[in-house]
Design a protein around this ligand. Structure first.
Ligand code: 5U1
Length: 672
């Protein structure tokens, strides 16, 4: 059958498009489209070529791994080609892979696999001769890469000489170079302070650093490696399984993933995937899926390769966290403190399984730094529970007349003047509680779980109550009747009664919660607690001057000024009084002298990835009298260990120091 010219033209156009994006991604480190969009193009071409094999050309990107290397470094011909991995995008595709493996191996039993995170970095080849690192090379197009030995030598986690004994005479180790998130954030922060643009993401930062012609610059970049395989092995042997071989690499001083696990069958593989997906955001490096490999090396050999990738391995990708869409409008949201946050209204797009139609643009500085304009096509990102954000614009798709975004002169909610103070990144509405948006946000904060914890008083209800002018301040909540609640939209009498009961219950609170609920700028939960413990009463806090306020451990001059400014406002004093008159009360706190705080004399060390910033936990512990030290010693009472805790955890265990995970810490604090 004659193939239609239309299919040929489609294949040709896809090849050109993919090559273009290959070059942007691999050679220029400046990708224009997301990984998901790129994968989609590649799959389209693969599907077309599979259906009509006559369309396949030797130079098709489906037959190659990357793009041509840069000219500036000398070329390295890989002794064993560096291949890439096939992808699975859902459970069915992974099950299909497993079925193909079992069929080829004629196995009826479960296959033994290894699993580890798929790092979002750069593949690297390290050649050791007689244990000495003689060459480091990038993957390039898989056959020919770039010699980046000078830069590789600057990476502290790569041994210049293997340790121990028994390693092959010539050993080529494969791994992924990456930039940990913490190092990336520091690097970008420094770049911004110096007025430079910074990198779009840790992968680009790692790639840019490795391709530095000046090794001194590369040396200053926080790069790291996890090794995941090997190429050439001469004059010696590795293990019988992949896992055993990786343990040998670790013995010789090479870093392997601490997440590397042996698993049997697809159900265990699925569990591993789910667990890692949950922990993804807490890891200190970007990953985009899980790599599975058949563990037995003989079985690997039997399975062999197809053109691009081995048949014995697959990357099961996580749903993409970045997608491309278009800005259809810009709104400015007014927060509790009047801060105006620019929010992009988007053409709805699925990101990591959730439909996204709004994304934050943070503030005007960010808009300018990223040069984002009306009608831009943009990359949006969603990670964990954080609000989706606009990462960058796709400049090649910008309309010629795309208008710049500017801050409105008047508040979109109350028409008060918008003011940006010198040195502040945010602009604020000057309307204060006259502004309905600020009023709503202040009341939502007052009712929230960590403040007065008024169950059932959700955001939509607060919006209705303010819009109908039934309440103006948090104190008005306590004067509402059953009928008033029952008259609200979507509010049955039973729910109205529940709400009244919840308000009644909330009248008995604690001083720290009450103080926090007032929404004083910079007074978070930890500071409210310190203030309450230190002063013992709202009156004492109200009357304290700058100097006295600053005797509290986490109160500096700015926080002290915000507290004073709050209590200077007659309106705020009236609200506090009205709340007390409405029956809001709390048990008396004995004014705490420093030596009476519940954790006085206790010493803590924090390690690993924790769900809240360390500084916040540190402040909280200090406000209770604890010392928070940087290293574990015999004097340490507790080590608070998050995910990926390393040497501090080992030391604590050796010294018999009590180790608390976050849940145990919470329980300990609840008993104080
Ligand atoms: N963790 C891991 N990443 N990664 C990438 N393992 C791994 N293996 C690879 C690649 C390209 O390739 C071999 C299976 C050939």
């Amino acid at each position: 059958m004659m193939l239609s010219a239309e299919y040929r033209a489609t294949a040709e156009s896809l090849r050109k498009e993919i090559e273009y994006h290959n070059r942007r991604y691999y050679t220029l480190d400046d990708p224009e489209i997301t990984d998901a969009a790129y994968d989609q193009l590649l799959r389209e071409l693969q599907a077309l070529e599979a259906q009509y094999p006559e369309l396949l050309t030797t130079d098709s990107p489906t037959q190659r791994v990357g793009a041509e290397p840069l000219d500036a470094f000398s070329e390295v011909v890989h002794p064993v080609p560096m291949l890439s991995l096939d992808n699975a995008f859902d459970q069915q595709e992974f099950a299909d892979f497993d079925r193909r493996v079992r069929e080829r191996l004629e196995l009826t039993d479960e296959v033994h696999y290894i699993a580890e995170p798929k790092l979002d970095g750069l593949a690297i080849s390290l050649l050791y001769e007689d244990g000495l690192l003689v060459r480091g090379a990038t993957r390039g197009d898989g056959k020919v890469g770039e010699d980046v030995t000078q830069n590789i030598r600057t990476i502290p986690t790569i041994p210049l000489h293997l340790t121990g004994s028994g390693y092959p005479k010539r050993l080529e180790v494969r791994g992924e170079i990456f930039m940990p998130k913490a190092g990336f954030n520091r690097l970008n922060e420094r770049a911004r302070q110096q007025g430079e643009k910074g990198f779009a993401n840790p992968r680009n930062a790692a790639a840019g650093s490795l391709r530095q012609l000046n090794p001194k610059i590369a040396a200053a970049r926080p790069l790291a490696i996890y090794c995941y395989g090997f190429g050439l092995v001469e004059g010696g042997q590795l293990g019988k399984s992949h896992y055993e071989s990786m343990q040998l690499l670790a013995q010789w001083g090479l870093r392997i993933s601490p997440e590397l696990k042996q698993l049997s069958g697809i159900s265990a593989c699925h569990d591993y995937y789910q667990q890692l997906a949950k922990r993804r955001d807490g890891l200190d490096y970007d990953i985009d899926g899980v790599v599975y490999k058949v563990d037995d090396l003989q079985q690997q050999q039997h399975l062999g390769f197809v053109s691009r990738a081995p048949r014995w391995a697959i990357a099961w990708k996580f749903p993409a966290q970045e997608e491309t869409t278009r800005i259809v409008g810009i709104d400015f949201q007014v927060g509790r403190t009047g801060a105006l946050t620019p929010v992009a209204r988007l053409e709805p797009v699925q990101v990591a399984g959730v439909m996204v139609s709004n994304a934050t643009l943070h503030n005007m500085d960010e808009i300018q730094r990223k040069d984002i304009r009306f009608d831009d096509t943009v990359i949006v990102r969603r990670a964990g529970d954080v609000i989706p954000e606009v990462v960058r614009s796709v400049l090649s798709k910008r309309p010629a007349d795309a208008k710049k975004i500017s801050m409105p002169a008047l508040c979109p909610e109350c028409q008060s003047e918008v003011i940006r103070l010198e040195g502040e990144a945010v602009a604020r509405c000057s309307g204060g509680l006259f502004c309905p948006a600020q009023r709503k946000e202040a009341i939502k904060h007052f009712a929230s779980r960590k403040a007065m914890d008024i169950e059932g008083l959700g955001n939509k209800l607060v919006d209705q109550l303010v819009d109908k002018s039934l309440i103006h301040t948090p104190a008005d909540l306590f004067n509402l009747s059953l009928d008033q609640f029952a008259g609200l939209e979507r509010m049955a009498e039973k729910s109205a009664q529940n709400l009244l009961d919840a308000l009644e219950k909330s009248r008995l609170t604690t001083l720290p919660r009450f103080l926090f609920s007032l929404g004083i700028r910079e007074v978070g939960e930890a500071t409210a607690r310190s203030l309450a413990l230190h002063f013992g009463s709202i009156e004492a806090i109200r009357e304290a001057d700058q100097e006295r306020l600053q005797t509290v451990s986490d109160v500096g001059p700015i926080v002290a000024e915000h507290i004073i400014a709050f209590f200077r406002q007659p309106h705020n004093l009236e609200v506090v009084k009205a709340l007390q008159n409405a029956g809001v009360h709390w048990p008396a706190i004995e004014q705490a002298a420093a030596d009476q705080l519940p954790l006085t004399d206790k010493s803590f060390v924090l390690t690993g990835t924790l769900s809240r910033p360390r500084s916040v936990i540190k402040e909280q512990l200090q406000s209770l009298g604890a010392k928070v030290a940087g290293s574990v010693s015999k004097k340490t009472d507790y080590l608070v260990a998050g995910a990926d805790a390393g040497s501090k955890l080992a030391k604590a265990e050796k010294l018999g120091v009590e180790v608390l995970d976050e849940e145990k810490l919470e329980r300990l604090l609840a008993t104080l």
